[in-house]
Write a protein that binds this ligand. Structure first.
Ligand code: WQD
Length: 341
């Protein structure tokens, strides 16, 4: 079976992608420093797939351990690179940590891959690179705006590193997937999001308010120029997102690219407001959420959702799961976490 290195494979999106890679017949190997996950995730992956992937517990910025890994795994030439710091708010408080971790890890990976003629890398990017697009739905040709956070800036810089590395080395093949807002959990409820501390993102916060872990949900702004005044995002089920990675890996391995560096929007194409999502969460899960409308959060964009035609045409991928699956699996996962405590 084709070995695929999955950095950050114990994380939320990483673990769901490891499951889909195993079920697609690949042999994923995980490197993860467990800074935003726990080793129990391996149990969840094994319960779903019957396979316990190899797991190496270290940070990619440790160039000695990374070099040893590649020396001992010379048949690993394809990498799905999730490992990065990803909390927008934290990145504003600790920019140097974000620039060092997110940029150095990619650079050290590319240094290792440079030893091979046939190396491939799939990069975890974000719709954050667009800022507030001038036109919606946003296409892959939309210009990058000034990033609203060091986190978003690291994603823009990493895409530039991949673009230039691929230009300099036609044998290197790379794809960036620009995620919109990943939410939900695997239907087995064996894996899901494990927020460390108080979540920053809307959906895990909604789940914790519903579970009584957080007292109330603050809706950041109802004075946006949108249909109900709250901000609009393109929420995508994490399993749909994981399956997009399998499609992109096949494209890389099948030498099907039009250029050796490509990038795709991975969203549903549907924009949903904060208040609409709250009401859907309440309706589907038959509960009431305690929320209060407060002032806008600095750095938030008003509205963003994806034009998904390029991924549909070139990757042969489109999202299949709807908002009901997203909010139902989120709540079932939260209930399973609460029952484990
Ligand atoms: C969604 C909407 C908030 C919390 C960020 C990153 C992106 C990706 C996902 C990593 C916004 C509103 C939120 C709350 C609220 N990160 N909100 N009350 O900011 O769209 O995207 O996370 O992969 O790269 O930029 O996601 O979930 O924080 O916010 O009203 O307590 O919910 O204002 O409109 P965001 P989010």
């Amino acid at each position: 079976m084709q070995k695929i290195l999955v950095t950050g494979g114990m994380g939320y999106i990483g673990s769901h992608t490891v499951v889909e890679l195993i079920q697609a017949g690949f042999d994923p190997i995980i490197i993860d420093d467990l800074s935003n996950s726990s080793v129990e995730v391996l149990d969840g992956i094994e319960k779903i797939t019957g396979t316990r992937p190899q797991f190496f517990n270290f940070n990619l910025c440790n160039d000695v351990l990374l070099g040893n890994f590649f020396q001992n795994n010379t048949d690993v030439r394809t990498v799905v690179h999730f490992a990065a710091s990803k909390a927008v708010g934290e990145s504003i408080k600790r920019p140097l940590l974000y620039y060092k971790n997110n940029l150095l890890s990619l650079l050290l990976l590319l240094e290792q891959l440079a030893a091979y003629e046939d190396s491939k890398i799939l990069f975890s990017s974000s719709c954050t690179v667009y800022g507030q697009p001038d036109q919606l739905p946003v296409t892959e040709q939309s210009a990058f705006k000034q990033a609203e956070s060091p986190y978003g800036s690291t994603k823009q810089i990493c895409e530039g590193i991949l673009r230039d590395a691929c230009k300099a080395n036609p044998m290197l093949k790379a794809i960036s997937l620009r995620y919109f807002n990943p939410v939900g959990a695997h239907e087995s409820i064996q894996i899901g999001e494990l927020p460390q501390g108080t979540p920053n993102n809307l959906v895990p916060l909604m789940a914790q308010v519903a579970a009584g872990i957080q007292p109330e949900l603050k809706v950041f702004g109802s004075d946006y120029n949108t249909r109900d005044g709250s901000a609009i995002r393109d929420y995508i089920h994490v399993v749909d997102l994981a399956q997009a990675h399998v499609k992109a890996v096949h494209r890389l391995l099948g030498n099907k690219q039009r250029n050796n560096y490509e990038f795709f929007n991975i969203g549903t194409g549907n924009g949903i407001s904060v208040l609409e999502l709250i009401h859907e969460f309440e309706r589907v899960n038959k509960l009431k959420l305690n929320y209060k409308i407060v002032e806008r959060r600095p750095g938030d964009v008003e509205s963003i959702y994806a034009d998904t035609s390029f991924a549909k045409k070139e990757l042969g991928w489109q999202a299949k799961l709807g908002v009901e699956d997203m909010v139902r699996s989120t709540w079932k996962w939260q209930q399973s976490l609460s029952s484990k405590k």
